[in-house]
Design a protein around this ligand. Structure first.
Ligand code: GTP
Ligand code: MG
Length: 427
């Protein structure tokens, strides 16, 4: 760019002047264009369900989206918490929604629950990381990228009527800077109305005193400020889930039927299901997506980039140079690599020396053993030789004695023969 162009660029008018138009130009259709583009593109929404096994997560999801996601029941014997994402393509009118429901399978089932939050945090971070990687690519395709970042965490609280468990507090505290948390009291039909009221107050008090930040429905948009403000006061929502249809009057409604009566899911006097659906899907879905991008992901991205050595320039200093940061980081990385290499080389040399010494020692031991065995062998050989000699001597002495005996026998035999002949003649 020529110097004059640069000057012209930097001499931007600080205050844009407002002008009136002589007639209709057409850029007032921009919002419509935006809507049309978004509809064509479709939306993605990702819900994370955290709550103990059998608390009613799948039933609530089925009730919320009025369908059957056909999820498997979890067992109570998982060795650790496992995240199970499942994605569905849904369509309502002409709007396509790619919905991902992530189940924290086995949550609360381990004897040692200290690290139960860890796989959940790791899963959320992994989704942020893959989005960041996509952004940092030279050839990005964010347009058709399947955004798997978690937009909302529905935290299912067990309806004990007492207080939050420490597992709930620890998990929510670990998650609150990473995801929009909406706490809900599950199976609210199992707790009485007055107990529920006290339970809600207790939960909110505990969340505040432990500094857990839950998602607040936004009140800055006039259109929804009033309803959102009212709904914020109803948190945590006490919900009942059911996909069973029961006849009430002459209408079929989703409800849970008991011997003493019917709990209607969509009856606001019975539970807060409608409030939850209204807030989560019909009013604040876009805000949840936006908050995820502008607040939680931004925080992750900032920390990651700072870790990588990037920084923003303050107003007065020179603009921040990517090239310089890259060079500095590269230098740092190379010297670290060199240091590690040297360390490993030294380690290798030491190891070789150690092994050499060990081998020498082994060799010496073997040699000693060999000498010892040789000595034993020679001694044995000497003994055997001696024995052999003794045996040979004995054998020759024996042969001698045998020969002598034979000879004396023969002598006796010859001396007795004439006597016998004389006897025969006389007879
Ligand atoms: P896992 O996925 O196995 O952890 O279970 P889950 O949390 O998905 O629970 P699920 O929806 O499978 O429900 C477990 C049981 O609780 C089923 O028998 C449901 O009918 C029952 N249930 C679900 N929601 C409610 C509720 O609001 N009130 C009552 N009383 N029971 C419920
Ligand atoms: Mg389930």
């Amino acid at each position: 760019m020529a110097a004059t162009d640069l000057e012209r660029c930097s001499n931007v008018d600080p205050e844009p002047r407002s002008l009136s138009l002589g007639g209709h130009v057409g850029f007032d259709s921009l919002p419509d264009q935006l809507v049309s583009k978004s509809v064509t593109q479709g939306f993605s929404f990702n819900i994370l369900c955290v709550g103990e096994t059998g608390i009613g997560k799948s039933t609530l999801m089925n009730t919320l989206f009025n369908t059957n996601f056909e999820t498997e029941e979890a067992s109570h014997h998982e060795a650790c918490v496992r995240l199970r994402p499942q994605t569905y393509d849904l369509q309502e009118s002409n709007v396509h929604l790619k919905l991902t429901i992530v189940d924290a399978v086995g949550f609360g089932d381990q004897i040692n629950k200290d690290e139960s939050y860890r796989p959940i945090v790791d899963y959320i971070d992994a989704q942020f990381e893959s989005y960041l990687q996509e952004e940092l690519k030279i050839r990005r395709s964010l347009f058709d990228y399947h955004d798997t970042r978690v937009h909302v965490c529905l935290y299912f609280i067990t309806p004990t009527g007492h207080s939050l468990k420490s597992l709930d507090l620890v998990t929510m505290k670990k998650l609150d800077s990473k995801v929009n948390i909406i706490p809900i009291i599950a199976k609210a039909d199992t707790i009485s109305k007055s107990e529920l009221h006290k339970f809600k107050i207790k939960i909110m008090g505990e969340l505040v005193s432990n500094g857990v930040q839950i998602y607040q429905f936004p009140t800055d948009d006039e259109a929804v400020a009033e309803i959102n403000a009212v709904m914020n006061a109803h948190l945590p929502f006490a919900v009942v889930g059911s996909t069973e249809e029961v006849k009430v009057g002459n209408k079929l409604v989703r409800a849970r039927q008991y011997p003493w009566g019917v709990v209607q899911v969509e009856n606001e006097n019975h539970c807060d299901f409608v409030k939850l659906r209204e807030m989560l899907i019909r009013v604040n879905m876009e805000d949840l997506r936006e908050q995820t991008h502008t607040r939680h992901y931004e925080l992750y991205r900032r920390c990651k980039l700072e870790e990588m050595g990037f920084q923003d320039s303050d107003g007065d200093s020179q603009p921040f140079s990517l090239q310089e940061t890259y060079e500095a980081k590269r230098k740092e990385f190379l010297s670290e690599l060199q240091r590690k290499e040297e360390e490993m080389r030294q380690m290798f040399v030491n190891k070789v020396k150690e092994t050499e010494l060990e081998l020498k020692e082994k060799e010496r031991e073997l040699h000693e053993k060999f000498e010892h065995l040789k000595r034993i062998h020679q001694e044995e050989k000497r003994k055997v030789e001696e024995k052999r000699r003794e045996l040979e001597e004995e054998s020759s002495a024996f042969s001698r004695r045998k020969l002598e005996a034979l000879q004396s026998q023969a002598l006796q035999a010859t001396s007795q023969q004439p006597l016998r002949k004389d006897k025969d003649k006389k007879n």
